[in-house]
Write a protein that binds this ligand. Structure first.
Ligand code: RIB
Length: 360
């Protein structure tokens, strides 16, 4: 700054005001300082500025699993909004490990981040860490799931409603032996999806077979194992609701290995409707959730807090949308209620007519 001041023939204070925008500087002087900065190739230290203000222009973002294609779409939404407001992102991946999560959350605060976005890991107890953020007035917004007892800001999707609609669709297609692979039930979104599934069965007067409710991880390996277990039962389920798409990919694979055809012998519905859902064989019926919008909405809310918004905590619920594709059809021999219910012409050939109703 001294060198710039000498080159521009102004005081160090003037240079500092131009760089930090702390006071209005006469346009002529300002231009001289900017010219000196350009010619000397000076780059202000974000670190030093952060130390001075006790806050940087960095946002922390903690996600459970970067290899799951759902989470990058959330991150894109976050990044786009943050970038436009000149905030930058520090991304941390917890591998669903609560200890790794706790250490990231507490470390990020020492970097003087302006705010934190977090998709909590399973069975997580980070309440104390997040309280420390509140006492330091650093805003936090939870995305997609919340830790137990969380009372702060959150942006989620309508998990129970989405699961309810998918299950109701399976029931309307004529399924009565429905199983669910629920994901980790310690997670609020998995628990909500199970509630939606249960509600649809209750409303239809279908008894819930306890063995047909399988807890799992949110990944394909776990979905595959749970599906092998379910599909070896006698009588086996005719439809499986998988509480995320990775689980559904595991179910598809298990069905193939057991020589079962999807959808003729087994209908499968997922949750997420990832890009790949259109390209599986058969394409996957799935509940779309707007990952990008989750991230973008949460970041807008976080930045409002950073700017000083002090209203009561907000819980934003984004809607889901059931995408009907080829992995769901009536069980063999059943004329689906759904075809009458949609007001279209009656089914002539069960599976084939249902397959025409796909959506992309
Ligand atoms: O696929 C990952 C799942 O875990 C998604 O359904 C998302 O909601 C997340 O919590």
């Amino acid at each position: 700054m001294r060198q710039i001041a000498e080159r521009a023939n102004v005081s160090i204070g003037t240079v500092s005001h131009v760089i930090n925008e702390t006071a209005a500087v006469r346009p002529k002087l300002r231009e001289r300082v900017l010219e000196a900065i350009r010619s000397m190739g000076y780059q202000p230290s974000a670190l030093a500025q952060g130390l001075r203000k006790n806050r940087t222009n960095m946002l922390g973002m903690v996600i459970p699993d970067i290899t799951n294609p759902f989470f990058p779409s959330v991150v894109r939404g976050v990044e786009d909004v943050a970038y436009k407001r000149s905030f930058r992102l520090i991304l941390c991946n917890t591998d669903n490990d609560p200890l790794k999560e706790a250490s990231y959350v507490s470390e990020l605060r020492t970097y003087r981040i302006a705010g934190l976005l977090i998709i909590p890991a399973g069975s997580t107890d980070i309440a104390d860490h997040l309280r420390a953020y509140a006492s330091a007035s650093v805003p936090v917004v939870c995305i997609d799931r919340v830790p137990t007892g969380w009372k702060g800001d959150a942006v989620l999707v309508a998990n129970a409603q989405g699961a309810y609609e998918a299950t109701r669709y399976l029931i309307q297609m004529g399924h009565k032996r429905l199983a669910v692979i629920a994901g980790p039930l310690g997670l609020t979104n998995a628990a909500e999806r199970l509630k939606g599934f249960t509600r649809a069965l209750n409303e239809a007067g279908i008894a819930i077979e306890p063995e047909f409710v399988q807890e799992s991880k949110f990944d394909a390996v776990s979905g595959h194992q749970a599906a092998l277990y379910l599909l070896r039962m006698l009588p086996r389920p005719t439809a499986i609701f998988a509480c995320n798409d990775l689980i559904a990919y595991g179910v598809l694979q298990a069905a193939r290995e057991l020589g079962l055809r999807c959808p003729e012998d087994l209908s499968i519905a997922g949750f997420d409707s990832l890009e790949f859902a259109k390209f599986t064989d058969p394409s996957l019926t799935s509940v779309y959730q707007p990952g990008y919008q989750l991230g973008a909405t949460a970041t807008r809310l976080l930045l409002q807090r950073v700017d000083g918004l002090r209203s009561a905590p907000k819980k934003v619920l984004l809607p889901t949308d059931l995408k009907k594709r080829n992995s769901v059809a009536p069980p063999s021999g059943v004329v689906p209620a759904a075809i009458e219910w949609t007001g279209k012409k009656k089914a002539t050939g069960g599976v084939a007519s249902a397959r025409r109703k796909q959506q992309f």
